[in-house]
Ligand binder design. Structure first.
Ligand SMILES: [Zn+2]
Length: 94
């Protein structure tokens, strides 16, 4: 059953369901997520993402994973620092 709005189905018809340059896209997505992409690479990927559905999804996934990892590292760091601080305090007492 077709439930999508006319505007989104219009976009869908222009979108590619399969990426024929996935390796290149993935490489660039990773560069962008890492913040290492050049302006040229950003422009190229932006142009690709407008018509490339799997790459948009890949981009959002990579970004989410990156953010999740960053959060996990933060969470891990804090208790360790706390433990180190507590240990050093215990050592000065004993
Ligand atoms: Zn692509």
């Amino acid at each position: 059953m077709q439930t999508s709005l006319p505007s989104s189905s219009n976009v869908k018809s222009e979108m590619k369901e399969h990426c024929d340059h996935r390796t290149d896209c993935l490489k660039m997505i990773q560069l962008i997520v890492d913040g290492e992409a050049t302006e040229q690479q950003l422009d190229k990927l932006r142009a690709n993402l407008e018509s490339c559905k799997p790459c948009i999804e890949m981009y959002h996934l990579e970004k989410e994973v990156k953010e999740l990892l960053a959060k996990r590292i933060e969470k891990r760091c804090c208790p360790e620092q706390l433990v180190a601080t507590i240990k050093s305090k215990i050592l000065t007492f004993s």
